[in-house]
Write a protein that binds this ligand. Structure first.
Ligand SMILES: Cc1cc2nc3c(=O)[nH]c(=O)nc-3n(C[C@H](O)[C@H](O)[C@H](O)COP(=O)(O)O)c2cc1C
Length: 208
């Protein structure tokens, strides 16, 4: 049995939806168990963003998702990270989690585990690729094995349409005002990435 964790942070729900799509992909692989967990919100963020309807609605929709623990990260044989773009890179909430997981780094608890990123940004050039690539850096410090999104399996990437998806991460474009919801092609790529991480985790478990 390979355990797969989908851990995400989502202010407005796009990454929440993409995380659920990735979990569907994990479920397509026999002999795996999937858990979806969210990164805790900061009090200061609740204070400043709770005037925004879109934020409040999206947080209510995630109320039943449990908050991640360090034991969840240890439990996992593979981890998908849902990371929306903040100024071209990961949000502080995700960085805070990683910064709180120094004991796992020190013990090598995540070494050899496959990992992948799901991201989003408002605009097509607003950080889709920079968020994925900069997120790779701390994941390498943890000794994880990065799983990308190959062109051969994701024909949706070969388009001039304004959708997400790159060799580095599954992604969705939320639109300039954030009102665009993840499109089927984007969710399909997240599902395939979930499936890919599950297959790699299963193949690697006990073999490194
Ligand atoms: C503080 C902040 C910074 C952001 N920075 C960017 C950015 O650099 N580029 C961009 O295209 N979108 C940016 N956005 C938009 C978010 O990336 C977008 O709301 C997010 O990807 C939607 O995912 P979510 O619904 O899961 O939160 C930013 C949003 C916030 C709140």
């Amino acid at each position: 049995m390979a355990n797969i964790l989908v851990v995400y942070y989502s202010s407005y729900g796009h990454i929440h939806e993409m995380a659920l799509a990735a979990a569907e992909g994990v479920k397509q692989v026999d002999g795996t168990e999937v858990k979806v967990v969210k990164v805790p919100e900061f009090e200061v963020t609740k204070k400043y963003m709770s005037q925004q309807d879109a934020y409040v609605k999206a947080q209510e929709a995630q109320a039943d998702i449990p908050e991640v623990t360090l034991d969840d990260l240890k439990w996992a044989d593979g981890i998908l990270w849902g990371i929306p773009t903040r100024y071209g890179m990961m949000p502080a909430q995700i960085k805070q989690l990683l910064d709180s997981a120094g004991s796992l780094w020190a013990n090598g608890d995540l070494e050899g585990k496959p990992t992948a990123v799901i991201t989003s940004s408002n605009t097509i050039h607003g950080g889709q690729e920079s968020t994925a690539i900069t997120s790779f850096v701390p994941l390498m410090h943890f000794g994880m094995i990065y799983v990308g999104l190959p062109y051969g399996e994701n024909p949706e990437q070969m388009t001039s349409e304004g959708i997400g998806g790159s060799p580095y991460a599954a992604s969705t474009v939320a639109g300039a005002d954030g009102s665009q919801q993840p499109q089927d092609a984007e969710k399909t790529m997240a599902t395939r990435l979930g499936k890919r991480v599950a297959k790699v985790a299963k193949a690697l478990k006990g073999n490194l």
